[in-house]
Design a binder for this molecule. Structure first.
Ligand SMILES: *Cc1c(COP(=O)(O)O)cnc(C)c1O
Length: 368
């Protein structure tokens, strides 16, 4: 792939093989448990048993790897990617630093499933000295407050202390931010969100520029057995072609919504890193290539938030984010340590005018 190509071109063409007359533009999923073996080459061939390898995975791994700027290892979910990474690189008693405002399942997994010492730090900081730390996990923008941290400066201080750095890049996607180029050892992501964007696939990945680290992850995947299904992998590759288009529209819609929401008396707080007055704006503007299609608002209380989502015709009550359809999620219902009236709005690709009008009428309805 040409390094000069823009995001749209890269999304459409990444991971595609050279054209072959009579073959499809994007090859369909390969369903196989076992592959015909060449008696002499045997295991040396890329495919012999489905838990160890599949050509549909390799095509998507090539595509995401090109966008991330590294070598990609695919997993069946974001949590499979994160848990495999943590298990592969943390030993008993190791110290790990994680964001206190980051994805709740990651924090719960570390607290309940791993024998490590954890230090939780809010994404905006202040960040501690990393002496004695084995792995620093960052999530920026964080979930659901959308706070941002300076990846390059945290990578520098973590590396000086001998720690590895992984960045959860789910919200940004590789088009929004490239943590490997900022020095991170790993990018981890849930590809169930904006990367695939149709709310129909569960998938995740880890990327790294270090081939030995990628091999270690592949071995952990093959032995651990949490491997992606070929059909989901193919659906994700098909969806990747429109990532640039979808993100552009979502970001544009988020800008219009954030501005309109900020001016409404029923909204106590609006957070979106693209707003010039947002506390995360300065670093986000320098570090990110585009702003995400997620806007977080705080309303008076749980009942107001629930009534708001119910009154919005174009915002479905649903968790997750990054899909074509706008959705709203009152995060406290899942036990997130956030105000009861906090709603994370996942902004879809509807028309901005329709979305803004709908959200404002819903706010008017709950404000009276
Ligand atoms: C959704 C999410 C995950 C977990 O991904 P799954 O695909 O649901 O397993 C991890 N990190 C972040 C930031 C997420 O939003």
């Amino acid at each position: 792939m040409s390094q000069d190509w823009g995001d749209g071109t890269r999304c459409v063409h990444s991971g595609h093989s050279e054209p072959v007359v009579g073959e499809p533009l994007l090859a369909g999923p390969v369903f196989a448990t076992a592959y015909h073996l060449d008696g002499a080459a045997g295991r040396a061939r890329p495919d012999y048993y489905a838990r160890a390898g599949n050509p549909t995975w390799r095509a998507l791994e090539a595509a995401i790897g090109e966008l991330d700027g590294g070598e990609c290892v695919l997993f069946p979910s974001g949590m499979a990617a994160i848990s495999t990474l943590l298990r592969a690189f943390l030993g008993s008693g190791d110290a790990v630093v994680v964001p206190s405002d980051g994805y709740f399942a990651t924090r719960t997994f570390i607290a309940e499933e791993m024998d490590v010492s954890v230090r939780e730090v809010p994404t905006p900081g202040p960040w501690p000295d990393f002496t004695g730390v084995r792995l620093v996990l960052l999530e920026t923008p964080s979930n659901p407050w959308l706070d941002v941290c300076d990846i390059r400066s945290l990578v520098d201080s973590a590396h000086a202390a001998g720690a590895l750095v992984a960045v959860d890049n789910t919200t940004a996607t590789p088009l929004g931010q490239r943590p490997l180029a900022l020095g991170a050892d790993f990018v981890v992501a849930s590809d169930s969100k904006a990367l695939t964007g149709h709310s129909d696939v569960l998938l995740g990945h880890v990327s790294t520029v270090d081939h030995a680290l990628a091999e270690r992850l592949r071995k952990a995947r093959t032995l651990g057995g949490a491997v992606p299904a070929p059909f989901e992998t193919w659906l994700a590759h098909r969806s990747l072609g429109t990532l640039d288009l979808r993100l552009a529209r979502q970001s544009e819609n988020a800008a219009a919504l954030a501005e309109a929401l900020g001016a409404h008396p029923a909204v106590r707080k609006v957070r979106w890193p693209g707003l010039p007055e947002d506390p995360a704006h300065e670093i986000a503007r320098e570090q990110m290539r585009r702003f995400p299609g997620v806007v977080t608002i705080e309303l008076a209380d749980a009942a107001t938030a629930d009534r708001f989502v119910a009154a919005a015709r174009l915002v479905s009550a649903a968790t997750s984010f990054g899909g074509l359809h706008s959705t709203g999620d009152r995060r406290a219902q899942w036990g997130d340590p956030v105000p009861e009236g906090l709603v994370r709005l996942s902004v879809g690709v509807e028309d901005a005018n329709d979305l803004v009008a709908d959200v404002i009428q819903a706010l008017d309805a709950v404000a009276t």
